[in-house]
Design a protein around this ligand. Structure first.
Ligand SMILES: C[S@@+](CC[C@H](N)C(=O)[O-])C[C@H]1O[C@@H](n2cnc3c(N)ncnc32)[C@H](O)[C@@H]1O
Length: 313
């Protein structure tokens, strides 16, 4: 188990440079939906769920809540007006919501810094210097929240891919340092066997059903170089509080727990992974190098680091 990365330092630099706007650690984004959001059986939300409008309805509700918080809106407008500290464009609010379930560009930016720092920290702990790798892939890159952290890595070929065309278009137009691909909800990708030394997927396996998870694990293994690493985040034992009794029993038996199948790829579909399921089922063909509880602090998720055998083609 890795020691936790000192994430406060990553944001603290900006806090010191730019004053009170940054004077706190970034809150986690794309947090799990609350029990009220997810256990919608008899309510109006339940009806919207059956009609397939639940995602839309939750977005409207979250937008109303956000707009009522005038202080945050003013802070976010000031942040947008000044521009992101990394000099790159900030996505429009709707594209921020699509990947983080909240509208704040400041939280989007800060949490990306924290997320990038966490990935670097986990890799460093295992002797991998991301700056020395040949090619990396952000699978499910969204609107580039974490991807943008790698702009300074001049020696590395930085790739991102997502199944959402709008997000892909935004990244292609605004993150020119990276090569952005578009895939479908299910594999394959056009990438060559063994193309990447590192693939990471933050808050992506958390939104896929079981067959899709297995299909993607095979595909990502195919495009990973022998000896290469795959880092992905999951809702693990640290999110047990969210599960109801019946779900918890299944989780304790080592089963993958899924909510809102039918919304695969979107934030509503939520997967909860017991560690044994990861080790014995999902990643049984890979070496599990580390499992770090809440390693993805930016997303309140656990981190799994696996490695493809150097002997495997
Ligand atoms: C919660 S968002 C996280 C985005 C980004 N990884 C981040 O941390 O900011 C989940 C992302 O996974 C993408 N996604 C979901 N299923 C996918 C799939 N099968 N292939 C590629 N991207 C997928 C979504 O479009 C979305 O951008």
């Amino acid at each position: 188990m890795s020691p936790h990365v000192d994430l406060s330092r990553a944001v603290g630099h900006e806090a010191r440079r730019r004053g009170p706007l940054y004077s706190r650690l970034a809150p986690p984004v794309h947090d799990t939906l609350s029990i009220d959001d997810l256990r919608v059986k008899d309510t109006l939300l339940g009806l919207l769920d059956r009609l397939g409008w639940l995602d839309w309805a939750l977005r409207q509700r979250d937008r109303r809540r956000y707009r009522r918080d005038r202080q945050s809106v003013a802070r976010d407008e000031a942040f947008r007006a000044e521009g992101a500290p990394d000099g790159l464009a900030l996505p429009p609010a709707d594209l921020i919501y699509l990947v983080t379930r909240q509208f704040s560009p400041l939280a989007f930016f800060d949490s990306g810094v924290v997320g990038g720092g966490a990935i670097r920290g986990v890799l460093d702990d295992h002797g991998v210097d991301i700056a020395q790798l040949g090619a990396i892939l952000d699978f499910g890159c969204g609107s580039g929240r974490v991807l943008r952290q790698w702009r300074g890595l001049d020696r590395v070929r930085v790739h991102g891919t997502d199944y959402n065309q709008t997000l892909v278009d935004w990244c292609r137009s605004n993150l020119a340092f990276a090569e952005i691909g578009k895939n479908e909800l299910a594999p394959p990708t056009p990438y060559a066997d063994g193309q990447f030394d590192l693939i990471y997927a933050i808050s992506v396996f958390t939104h896929l059903n079981e067959p899709l998870q297995h299909a993607w694990m095979s595909e990502l293994t195919r495009i990973l170089a022998p000896g290469g690493h795959l880092l992905f985040s999951v809702h693990g034992p640290t999110r047990l509080d969210i599960l109801d009794e019946e779900e918890r029993e299944r989780f304790d038996r080592g089963e993958l727990v899924l909510r809102h199948q039918g919304y695969e790829g979107g934030n509503l579909c939520s997967a909860f992974h017991p560690e044994t399921y990861i080790r014995d089922v999902l990643c049984c063909d890979l070496e599990v190098v580390d499992y770090i509880e809440l390693g993805a602090t930016d997303a309140s998720q656990d981190v799994v680091l696996v490695r493809k055998s150097p002997a495997r083609s």
